[in-house]
Design a protein around this ligand. Sequence first.
Ligand code: ADE
Ligand code: ZN
Length: 324
Amino acid sequence: MEDAMLQLPKAELHLHIEGTLEPELMMELAQKNHVSLPYDSVDAIRQAYQFTDLQSFLDIYYAGAAVLQDESDFTSLTWAYLLKCKEDNVVHTEIFFDPQTHTARGIAFETVLSGITTALKRGEDELGISSKLILCFLRHLSEEEAMKTLDQALPYKDQIIGVGLDSSELGNPPEKFQRVFARAIEEGFIPVAHAGEEGDVSYITGALNLLHVKRIDHGVQCIHDEALMDRLVKERIPLTVCPLSNIKLRVFDTMAEHNILQLLDRGLAVTVNSDDPAYFGGYINENFAAMRRSLRMNDQQLKQLAINSFEASFLEPEKKAYWI
Ligand code: ADE
Ligand code: ZN
């Protein structure tokens, strides 16, 4: 990216590692692991990425994840993402992983975790990129299954900073996971949740009041509730916004209609993130570039968004202070 402003150091706080599976790697791993795909070329995979809403994306995304089989596959996936971070000058990243997507296929929790963490350690050593891991519960599955996943994570508390909630939002409100989050908090995990992506403001207030989240993932629907926006400003609850994702999944019809700069100018701690960049047309700098093209974002706003990304991170205070 030629624009010097885009080379500002930044943190990424909303990134699903399974969503970084590029079609080339998907094809390569499908062949290696003898997994059959409903596509016969990399181009055909890209062609299939036409979504009408969140669910139409999730169906394709879970099917693609089936090519991830052994520990080295998770390492390759994560390493490829870290190389993208290096290109975009993402110096710190907080990565979501969805263990249930893999354990449901018979892959051990440990295989997933250790594959990812091997790459993260190498990223720190060789690329100077710091990272944290956040375990997401799939909200279309039951409370009981989420509780079981939390049990599996307990021996690895030192490697997982937080818990999140993702997958199909509509019909799976925060209250379904209230007990799981209470227990995760007791065990020392920091809570976050996807809320207000497709769901209305009640999903955001539910995440705040019932799950006690420290950040809202997406949250763009808060614009419909002045009192809620006042609260998010006052309590400095960040929103991890994903502009290209929101266009691809039709949360907004066009980038010109995206509300991220309105929320920023209203004083909310919004950040820019790529969500599932292999599926949505780009990594973090492509998100900034698209905003710049369609939203008349100025350099001051861009700088503020980069500062917000560190402020909203779960970095240790001295590391935060270094970057701000
Ligand atoms: N899983 C991966 N990406 C997601 C998104 N944008 N919303 C909900 N669940 C997801
Ligand atoms: Zn997400």
